[in-house]
Design a protein. Structure first.
Length: 394
């Protein structure tokens, strides 16, 4: 293992804080290292592996499509693209789909789309919120407030405004006739599993009626079943104008998309926007498999196990009132706000062969595969209990 880690240090740019695990293989909710240690995965590729690792439906989709073709470019009509787009339109009740490869690309796409829509209306301002994460490209970073992602790499795009999440007065101060779009994660991932409250969302809708702007739901991490609904925004009973998706939709392969309503479906003309790899047939075939499996009971599992999981975390909070400040999230996108650096807990869990993640410094992020069961949740809770009890001795 040490040899592999040393080689990585020698040849790969050191931009990641990697776990000290050299992976040999992964299956279901488990990751195995080169020494055949078995870890339970409560990170799932940062909310990517919705069906877990090496799911039979994903492997089958890859096998079938790979024997036909891997890549053709978007000069050709391709059935996997069309079928997946039909499923996404059915789920969202919107009108058209544009495929790309990642969450960051979906953000770049909706920035361009929003500004083209607003050009003749003198609308160029795009509003995002504190704690949000929309990618690492320049457009995406222009909509984010975390210094560690941005320092000394500017200047960033103009007319991008970051409003404090759930601060209605700050929101009202910044929305006007120049506003082209508001982009909102209905459950923030990197922001520490935070959600907009109902009053805040209702205020956005009232301002939308007054000023006529585009509402974009960033569902890259919280979408595709992770919240217990297919899209997280469904909990608020609304329908956005645009949805951005990535991560889980590809089943482990790079895939992203924006889904738009009828009004926006004619804003771009041929040649206005494009991508070489977006809508890759292999990734789209996996996307179809993901949605079909969600409809076969996985989504119901998210709801049931998610409620159980959150209740167990709430019970644990009663035991560690000095360490657990809050239990956040819905479905299988959960977080513990701690009174300490969450990385300490991540490290202790790793010693117990449990993989989790720290975000926003003091939040333990829990995003397991959507196929996780209550038995594995119990293992996690037991390990977390033990880890928290160890903190006092550190």
């Amino acid at each position: 293992m040490e040899d592999i880690i040393l080689k990585e240090h020698n040849v790969i740019y050191q931009t990641y804080n990697r776990l000290p695990i050299v992976v040999n293989n992964a299956e279901g909710a488990y990751i195995y290292d080169n020494n055949n240690n078995k870890y339970i995965d409560f990170l799932s590729g940062i909310a990517v592996n919705a069906l877990g690792h090496s799911h039979p439906s994903i492997l089958n989709a890859i096998e079938i499509q790979s024997k036909k073709y891997l890549h053709l470019s978007n000069f050709f009509y391709q059935e996997p693209q069309i079928k997946l787009a039909e499923l996404l339109i059915q789920k969202s009740k919107l009108d058209k789909v544009f495929f790309c490869n990642s969450g960051a690309e979906t953000t770049e796409a909706v920035i361009k789309l929003s500004r083209k829509w607003g050009w003749d209306k003198s609308k160029t301002k795009i509003i995002a919120f504190t704690g949000g994460f929309h990618g690492r490209t320049y457009g995406a970073l222009s909509l984010m407030d975390k210094p560690k992602y941005k320092d000394k790499m500017g200047p960033y795009l103009e007319n991008m405004v970051i409003v404090e999440l759930n601060n209605i007065d700050h929101l009202i101060e910044n929305v006007n006739n120049n506003t082209a779009a508001i982009i909102l994660e209905f459950i923030q991932g990197e922001g520490g599993i935070r959600e907009p409250n109902f009053e805040f969302v209702n205020t956005i809708l009232e301002l939308k009626k007054k000023y006529n702007f585009i509402l974009i739901a960033d569902e890259v991490q919280c979408g595709i079943g992770r919240s217990g609904d297919f899209f997280a925004y469904e909990y608020w009973g609304i329908t956005p104008d645009v949805i951005t998706i990535a991560k889980a939709i590809g089943g482990g392969l790079p895939l992203g998309a924006i889904i738009v309503n009828e009004e926006l479906s004619e804003v771009w003309q041929k040649g206005n926007h494009g991508t070489t790899f977006g809508g890759n047939a292999l990734a789209c075939a996996c996307g179809i498999a993901v949605i079909e499996e969600l409809d076969k009971g996985v989504l119901e599992n998210v709801k049931n196990v998610g409620i159980y999981f959150k209740n167990q975390l709430i019970e644990l909070r009663k035991k560690y009132t000095d360490k657990i400040i809050d239990v956040r999230g819905r479905g299988l996108m959960l977080g513990l706000e701690l009174s300490l650096d969450a990385q300490k807990v991540v490290d202790l869990l790793l010693d117990k062969k449990i993989i989790a993640n720290a975000t926003s410094v003091n939040v333990l992020r829990i995003v397991p595969p959507l196929i996780i069961n209550k038995e594995l949740v119990d293992v996690f809770i037991k390990s977390l209990d033990e880890s928290l009890s160890q903190i006092k001795n550190l």
